[in-house]
Design a protein around this ligand. Structure first.
Ligand code: UGA
Length: 433
């Protein structure tokens, strides 16, 4: 098929590269000239494992191209995916102005039937708005369909997730749209859930809210474990083995972040409010997440006593491993708070330091984890990169001013830390003295 992708963020770029790798011809559009120029030269504007190789390979085989002109994509494509940003406004609403602009522009260039598919995460009823916008701006009365096909990929494992989904959701209003989307996904072994557009839109927001709730739930339980000296890792294992609950997304930590959960929770709460449904439960999920960062900060303060002029090393800045994305990353909030209290932070992250520099001005950046630990009164773990799992702890201990590790992601075993002679404080597990 000929596919147009509007927006080259995590979702757009991964969708484009994966559809191309399945043998489709893909044209990706972005209004950011710099980004498109980078992509044309084979450089990725984001760090996502395997993406650069996949894009390059498909470019070589002439299955993917990049442009700043929507007109070109609309002319060449049968199916057009809207993958633009839907950031949060101050009041929690999703800002859908980019979706509207793109819909107007698509309408203006359509000269035969097109299927326009929303893939960006959008509030319920956006599809209807997109349809009305296209209808209002279309020339020559050509036929079109709007559909919703939410994406469930995670950053850091985007390609694998896209190609191996648990399910494909398609929200459609016509048999024609259903047939096209089923054809596009025909090589996938996952079940296809065919529904109306509104239900598809709700599936996406409800899925992310449920996952966020799972994390806040386990984080709340971690605080109880902390109080009584129980072990949250064992508690999570014991809960998760119940098939009705499942063990995924029960990893405790210093809060969840990223551009999806916090934003989608806020948007879903707002939509529900507008519809007269009070989402107390989800407000609790968001609040528990904020409190979890405080809970970890309190542990740091308890150990360091006076924060002013204390030097600490931080390992991990991105909101999760295998990405350079720092949006809503707990690490950033925690560092900003520590710095506001006079702590001197030296941080290291395998990929996210460049992005971090745009928001953390007072922070020093280390060349590796050992450099971050040098002279530090505490080493604070905020992202569970694989690189941090295999450190030379004898060396780390020698480099530090005090052998104290505060682990916001429960990366290390209590026994190992004891063996190395560290004071080790983690989340919801007994402290190692
Ligand atoms: C999330 C969803 O998992 C995807 O299904 C969805 O497509 C995506 O949002 C989106 O809407 O675009 P993502 O934000 O990339 O994906 O990353 P996750 O792996 O879900 O992690 C989100 C946050 O939750 C991270 O800060 C992570 O550290 C945290 N987390 C995750 C935990 O604290 N504990 C867990 O058990 C799992």
């Amino acid at each position: 098929m000929n596919i147009g992708i509007i927006g080259t963020g995590y979702v757009g770029l991964t969708t484009g590269a994966c559809f191309a790798s399945l043998g489709n011809r893909v044209i990706c559009v972005d209004n950011n000239v710099q980004k498109i120029n980078m992509l044309k030269k084979g450089h990725m504007p984001i760090y996502e494992p395997g993406l650069e190789e996949l894009v390059k390979q498909n470019e070589k085989e002439n299955r993917i191209e990049f442009t700043t002109r929507i007109s070109e994509a609309v002319k060449k494509s049968d199916v057009i995916f809207i993958c633009v940003n839907t950031p949060t406004k101050e009041n929690g609403d999703a800002d859908l102005s980019a979706v509207e602009t793109v819909a107007e522009s698509i309408a203006g260039h359509m000269n035969r039937y097109r299927l326009i598919v929303e893939k960006s995460t959008v509030p319920v009823e956006t599809g209807i708005r997109v349809k009305q916008t296209i209808q209002a701006n279309i020339r020559n009365n050509v036929a079109f369909d709007v559909a919703s096909n939410p994406e469930f990929l995670r950053e850091g494992s985007a390609i694998h997730d896209f190609l191996n989904p648990d399910r494909v959701v398609i929200g459609v209003e016509s048999r024609r749209a259903e047939k096209i989307l089923k054809e596009l996904y025909k090589s996938f072994s996952a079940p296809i859930v065919v529904t109306d557009i509104r239900s598809a839109e709700i599936i996406k927001h409800a899925s992310n809210s449920f996952l966020a709730a799972k994390i806040s739930f386990i984080n709340l339980i971690s605080r109880i474990c902390d109080k009584v000296g129980a072990d949250i890792n064992k508690v999570a294992e014991g809960i998760g083995l119940d098939k009705r609950i499942g063990s995924d997304f029960l990893r405790p930590g210093a809060g969840f972040g990223g551009f999806c959960f916090p934003k989608d929770l806020a948007a879903f709460i707002r939509i529900a409010e507008k519809l007269g449904v009070d989402m107390k439960m989800l407000r609790g999920v968001a609040q528990a997440n904020e409190e979890q960062k405080e809970f970890f900060l309190k542990k740091i303060e308890d150990q360091l006593w006076n924060l002013k002029n204390k030097q600490v090393g931080v390992l991990g800045l991105s909101f999760k491993p295998d990405t350079d994305d720092i949006r809503y990353a707990p690490a950033i909030d925690i560092i900003l708070r520590l710095e506001s209290e006079g702590v001197k932070v030296k941080a290291y992250d395998p990929q996210a330091m460049l992005n971090a520099r745009t928001v953390l001005n007072g922070t020093l950046y280390a060349k590796d984890p050992y450099d971050a630990a040098k002279g530090a009164e505490a080493l604070i773990i905020l992202t569970e990169w694989n690189e941090f799992k295999q450190l030379d702890f004898k060396r780390i201990k020698k480099l530090m001013k005090r052998p104290l590790i505060l682990d916001g992601r429960n990366v290390y075993s209590l026994e190992k830390m004891k063996e190395y002679g560290f004071q080790y404080i983690s989340i919801g597990r007994p402290a190692v003295a």
